[in-house]
Design a binder for this molecule. Sequence first.
Ligand SMILES: NC(=O)c1ccc[n+]([C@@H]2O[C@H](COP(=O)([O-])OP(=O)(O)OC[C@H]3O[C@@H](n4cnc5c(N)ncnc54)[C@H](O)[C@@H]3O)[C@@H](O)[C@H]2O)c1
Length: 263
Amino acid sequence: MKVDGKVALITGGASGMGKGFAETLVAAGAKVCVVDFNSQCGEATVNELNTKHGDGKAIFCKCDVTSQTEFEEAFKRTKEVFGGIDIVVNNAGIGGESDDKWERVVDVNMKGTIRGTRLGMHDLSKDNGGNGGIIVNMASAGGINPNPFSPTYGCTKAGIVHATRCYAISEEAVKSGIRLMVLCPAFVDTPMLQNLSSGDGTQVIGGDMAKVNAFIEHIGVMSVEEVSAVFMEMIEDDSKNGLILRCAKKTGNQYCTLAVENV
Ligand SMILES: NC(=O)c1ccc[n+]([C@@H]2O[C@H](COP(=O)([O-])OP(=O)(O)OC[C@H]3O[C@@H](n4cnc5c(N)ncnc54)[C@H](O)[C@@H]3O)[C@@H](O)[C@H]2O)c1
């Protein structure tokens, strides 16, 4: 896909990788709707993008991806302002394994991503006035390779991998020219990772942060810019559909359908 002139909707676009993807897409000539439940951060990101790249390149929609109504409104507003949607990035996600957090992880990561995929499939569909396009879902290396720290998080990400691959071969996707890809980075230097490694331990089973930080160091940490570069390759390469893109600091980038070995 040629990104110049296209319209993207990015959930979790206010910070971290979502913000990096928004910046990369706008720099390549796209218009972007930053969708996030954090208004302060979302408005700041959009102001930054419009100041740097010119007014009207980005808008912000406040939306919690667990809300069907708010999510539908974000799609509607993006189409009203920019005239259509070509790229949907379901990137919003959280971690948390404690008794009071794990169910919210399922709601945000798994249900939020399926909700965004369903809305994307509908709006990109040629039957509903769309022109096809691409849906990128954010999973994680933790959704491919098991680790002892984050079973709920890993389960939601494994579910995202599987759902994305199923949608990619659906009749509707083929008929409308919708590609679906799933991104599985290992550790990336974002607020989420910084909170994990310095946090209270509720994001992991057992809360043993010394072991978690040793694991992070063993795997290595990518920059947002490195992940944004492979994200753009994936968007631009129309030959790829239904594939997992794994990326990790030490092992590099690989497209695959199923992972067979641990990093
Ligand atoms: N950082 C990593 O090491 C890493 C590795 C692999 C995958 N991921 C995944 O990448 C995605 C982005 O994470 P990040 O590291 O950039 O984290 P981040 O915390 O910097 O960004 C996540 C964004 O999602 C938003 N968000 C969270 N819950 C939301 C909700 N219910 N509705 C709308 N917005 C919501 C947050 O406000 C934030 O802006 C997540 O899905 C995460 O699981 C992260």
